[in-house]
Write a protein that binds this ligand. Structure first.
Ligand code: NZQ
Ligand code: ZN
Length: 391
């Protein structure tokens, strides 16, 4: 196991009714901005619950943070933070709203060109406005991590940044807030955490015995309950377990002391920026192809994954590895996600464009060995093109 330091300061308030408790988490004299997306919180009662809890502290609201939050929108919100002397932001929504608020929090305190925050990956962030979140779409793990992804459409760029200064101070995880999710988002909310675990687990053996078992536990739980989350939208226990899986998949715990990949995510971000696929849809497309193309390198972990997660005991190592990948792809498809580029009305002509953008964004040495060059990414995209495509 590699050396590591682990620190996660986000307090989790989990369960039905927990929104009522947030006033105890926000300084009594704080001037609060409530930030949210396109209005789903007004339809499902979350907005009202927040007002009931801290209404008198809200000095301004910022509505309209888009899915795949836009740089320009977030800069306007950061200006509003300054103009209203806001010293606490409450994010209410999915990963996009929480990611957006992380950027707003950093940008409001940043003196230079705010685009630096993204091009420098967060290194320039020296202070940020305090914030908390009410999560309504379990998927990204943003509610308990220090990462954020922001889109700048005019550049066709979707870039991540991270900083220890942008952990939420608290996050409310009330599973009943997810009952109103459209089915597509429920599917996304299973595939994104599944892939987060795979990015931290499916590399090479590194002596992280507990990390492996935790990762396999999350994967198996998602395999068990993913279909139930779709079939039974108001099953509290199922939604509660999906929610906690999504948070645990990317709050840092399972990734300590072990190598991490993240190439599926970086290729996927380009697909979202260029063609508007949902984040999790890009993962459903890229992950199986990525595992196939890099099968030889990842063989030991692929066999472990097949045996422990999918209970595949028959066959050679190569056969087990392929069976594990096929099971994963089938799982995504059965949930209702397209796993091939052609499922999204796109064709081979996109591949050159995606590769060019990866190069433009410096995404040329990806993966746990930094050997996912543009050429390897091209092979992955080719393998992801259509059903039955050879890797
Ligand atoms: O905008 P509103 O009206 O709230 O509607 C949203 C949005 O249209 C809707 N929604 C959310 N909660 C709802 C609801 N509709 C009904 N009922 C509810 N309870 O769902 C739509 C999608 O929301 P969004 O926040 O975009 O989805 P998600 O949580 O999947 O976030 C995706 C973003 O997170 C980034 C992605 O790249 C993408 O930009 N990621 C962030 C990560 C992180 N911070 O660690 C890691 C991830 O890998 C990912 O890259
Ligand atoms: Zn993700």
């Amino acid at each position: 196991m590699n050396n590591f330091s682990f620190y996660n300061p986000t307090k989790i308030l989990f369960g039905e009714g927990q929104i009522a408790k947030i006033s105890a988490e926000i300084p009594a004299n704080a001037r609060v901005m409530l930030a949210y997306g396109g209005g789903s919180i007004k339809k499902n009662g979350v907005y009202q619950q927040i007002h009931d809890a801290i209404g008198e502290q809200i000095v301004c609201e910022f509505e309209g943070i888009e899915a795949n939050p836009e740089y320009e929108t977030l800069c306007r919100a950061a200006d509003a933070v300054t103009a209203n002397n806001v010293d606490f932001i409450l994010a209410a929504g999915g990963g996009s709203v929480i990611d957006g608020v992380k950027f707003i929090a950093a940008a409001a305190h940043y003196e230079g060109d705010r685009w630096d925050i993204l091009t420098k990956g967060g290194k320039v962030v020296k202070s940020a406005v305090a914030f908390g979140s009410v999560l309504t779409l379990p998927a990204t793990g943003s509610e308990m991590n220090s990462g954020s992804v922001v889109t700048r459409s005019e550049y066709k760029a979707k870039l991540p940044f991270g900083s220890p200064l942008v952990y939420p101070q608290f996050s409310v995880l009330d599973p009943t807030t997810t009952y109103t999710l459209p089915m597509r988002q429920v599917i996304n909310g299973v595939i994104d955490p599944f892939t987060h675990v795979m990015e931290q687990y499916l590399t090479y053996p590194a002596g992280g015995a507990l990390q492996d078992r935790l990762a396999e536990g999350i994967l198996q739980t998602l395999i068990d309950i993913g279909p139930e989350a779709i079939a039974q939208p108001e099953n509290y226990e199922v939604r509660a377990n999906v929610m906690w899986c999504a948070t645990m998949a990317l709050n840092g715990l399972i990734g300590v002391g072990v190598p991490q990949d993240w190439s599926t995510h970086m290729i996927g971000h380009e697909l979202t920026a260029l063609y508007g696929l949902d984040h999790a849809q890009t993962l459903a497309v890229v992950l199986p192809a990525n595992l196939r193309v890099r099968k030889a390198d990842k063989m030991a972990k692929l066999v472990q994954f097949a045996e422990r997660v999918w209970h595949i005991q028959e066959g050679t190592d190569a056969e087990k590895a392929e069976a594990g990948i096929a099971k994963t792809e089938e799982f995504f498809r059965n949930l209702g996600a397209g796993t091939r580029i052609e499922d999204y009305d796109l064709d081979a002509s996109i591949i050159d464009v995606v590769i060019k953008q990866l190069e433009a964004h410096g995404m040329v040495k990806l993966g746990e060995h930094q050997d996912v060059t543009p050429e390897v990414s091209r092979n992955i995209l080719n393998a992801a093109l259509r059903s039955g495509n050879p890797a």
